[in-house]
Write a protein that binds this ligand. Structure first.
Ligand SMILES: NC(=O)c1ccc[n+]([C@@H]2O[C@H](COP(=O)([O-])OP(=O)(O)OC[C@H]3O[C@@H](n4cnc5c(N)ncnc54)[C@H](OP(=O)(O)O)[C@@H]3O)[C@@H](O)[C@H]2O)c1
Length: 304
């Protein structure tokens, strides 16, 4: 039986992973109250007492605009924590699974980004995520770093849940950018893929498993702008009876919104490597969105 330690289990990806990982082994999920992940001495002391086969780090500072104001917290969680986990994983001969982002790129490439493309983040969040990736690779531990994009889930605060909660009372049109392109990815589908990848890895020989250590892009299939994502959310939400009517959505550009952190215009990540290596094929973003809305509907109907 494998022992898996999942950090950030209360986050949107962490919740989805926690559900799925029990199929692989015993899952330990220290809470923020039990383990403050900015306190690296405490993190090292806590891990010193654990036997662990896989460390999964779903914890991060994910407030992209907030990171511009609070660089120290961003650096602690997105760079120093993964660096410490890399060293721990190396020492304990365990796997480290970590998550990164499309924001490691500057978005100037015309095609979808591949894993070997040069990173060039536009904001503090992206810089801290690149530093976290590099520290894990440098640690020499066996690792899987999954870069994903535009993550959402049925719970917590994300673009989907924010849009759905604001829509019923909204008087004025939503203004949503149409000059950033990416793949909205459901935390549930991402978690399913990660667990499937680990079950394949544990069926491999030591040598085969070592060879697949690395960085992978893992997002929903297809692409859209945030504007198209918003209009599709409302369209599907009406179909699922989650909204009575579609609110008006107008396209705008990133410059007009004047947010603290710059975002890449092209956030598209190519999933070919994960497909070739592990046979993972992600479903289209529209299908993932439909399934997530159906889950929200089920939660609403059952009150759970
Ligand atoms: N969100 C996106 O659009 C997106 C896009 C691309 C990549 N990613 C990456 O995907 C991963 C998962 O993101 P997510 O959206 O699921 O994150 P999230 O919902 O913001 O969850 C973050 C998790 O980190 C925990 N955490 C933060 N500070 C902590 C501390 N000091 N001590 C202990 N725990 C702490 C949070 O605990 P509390 O609940 O106690 O706060 C929460 O469990 C991250 O690596 C992120 O960079 C996200």
């Amino acid at each position: 039986m494998l022992t898996i330690i999942l950090l950030g289990a209360s986050g949107q990806l962490g919740q989805a992973l926690q559900q799925d990982l029990t199929a692989l082994g015993t899952v330990l999920t220290p809470t923020r109250q039990e383990l403050d992940l900015t306190d690296l001495a405490a993190v090292k002391a806590w891990f010193a007492q654990q036997q662990v086969d896989v460390i999964i780090n779903a914890a991060a500072m994910t407030d992209v605009d907030g990171a511009e104001r609070n660089g120290a917290l961003c650096e602690a969680l997105n760079h120093q924590l993964p660096a410490a986990l890399g060293a721990i994983a190396k020492e304990k001969h365990s796997w480290l699974c970590h998550f990164s982002t499309d924001y490691v790129f500057n978005g100037k490439k015309a095609a979808a980004y591949v894993e070997t493309d040069e990173t060039a983040p536009l904001q503090q969040y992206g810089r801290s995520k690149v530093a976290g990736e590099e520290a894990i690779v440098a640690s020499g531990c066996r690792h899987l770093i999954f870069r994903t994009s535009w993550l959402y889930s049925s719970t917590g605060r994300n673009f989907l849940t924010t849009m759905l909660s604001l829509a019923p009372e909204r008087q004025e049109p939503f203004l949503v950018v149409d000059d950033q392109t990416g793949a909205p990815t459901s935390a549930i589908d991402l978690a399913d893929a990660v667990v499937s990848i680990f079950s394949k890895i544990f069926a491999m020989s030591q040598e085969e498993a070592r060879a697949v250590s690395g960085i992978y892009h893992l997002t929903a299939a297809g692409e859209c702008s945030w504007y198209e994502f918003a209009t599709t959310i409302f369209h599907y939400a009406v179909d699922e009876d989650l909204l009575e009517q579609q609110p008006e959505v107008l396209p705008t550009d990133s410059q007009s919104l004047n947010r603290a952190a710059k975002r890449p215009a092209n956030s598209r990540l190519c999933n070919d490597k994960v497909n070739t290596t592990f046979g993972i094929s992600m479903s289209p973003w529209q299908q993932q969105l439909t399934e997530c809305l159906q889950l929200i509907k089920k939660h609403t109907e059952t009150g759970k």
